[in-house]
Design a binder for this molecule. Structure first.
Ligand SMILES: [Ca+2]
Ligand SMILES: [Ca+2]
Length: 218
């Protein structure tokens, strides 16, 4: 291939990327009612994101036609017998904070995993742990794979375990205070059937909680 052809191909590829970028739309995440306001001062973490002062989180942009895929999909967990609630609560579509809407898993590193039923092209996920009060969940990690055991072809889309306490590798993302906004993660069009969400206790207690997870794709 000569230099001119290579340049032309590079230009065409660049234009395709630009055209793709123009078709992106703001991800529409249904947000439940807020339970508290303001930034609490008593949460200490060396890895906490800066306070946003009530400003909403920046939106995620996804290709047009991306849909919520996870409602009523099957959920499994490292803790198959939750202390409170049932694993079906994780994908029942109800994100409102209430004693009856949250699953409580045991202490230490635990995960919930959603089976989308088939491979999809994924563009975003969002997790609500427990948003009844301000707290920070430790070692929040989101991974996607076509392997239900998460051994092969695992792609990490979020990891705020800065000190590798969950032993899945150090992550560069920041810890955050749980609110009704949940925490959206962008996914770069990875093809996968399974999505796994890890946590490792929180600043209020050593348990792990899930109110809902959303997974968006095509
Ligand atoms: Ca729910
Ligand atoms: Ca950690």
């Amino acid at each position: 291939m000569n230099k001119l052809m290579m340049l032309t191909l590079a230009l065409v590829a660049g234009m395709a990327v630009m055209a793709g970028a123009q078709e992106k739309v703001k991800l529409d995440v249904k947000i439940p009612s807020p339970q508290f306001t303001g930034t609490p001062k008593d949460i200490k973490s060396p890895n906490l994101e800066p306070a946003r002062g009530g400003k909403p989180r920046d939106p995620i942009f996804v290709p047009a036609g991306v849909k919520l895929l996870s409602v009523d999909k099957k959920v499994t967990s490292s803790d198959p017998e939750p202390i409170i609630g049932d694993l079906t609560l994780v994908t029942d579509g109800d994100k409102e904070h209430d004693a009856a809407t949250v699953v409580e898993l045991g202490p230490k590193v635990q995960w919930v995993q959603v089976d989308l039923g088939a491979e999809h092209t994924l563009y975003a996920a969002c997790v609500w742990h427990y948003h009844g009060e301000a707290r920070v969940y430790r070692d929040v990690i989101c991974q996607v794979s076509n392997d239900p055991d998460f051994i092969d072809g695992v792609v990490t889309v979020f990891n705020n375990d800065h000190d590798n306490s969950a032993k899945l590798g150090k992550g560069k993302d920041k810890e955050y205070i749980e609110t009704n906004e949940g925490r959206p993660f962008a996914i770069n069009g990875v093809k996968a059937r399974y999505v796994r969400f890890y946590s490792n206790g929180n600043t209020s207690n050593e348990m792990n909680h899930y109110t809902e997870v959303d997974i968006y794709g095509k």
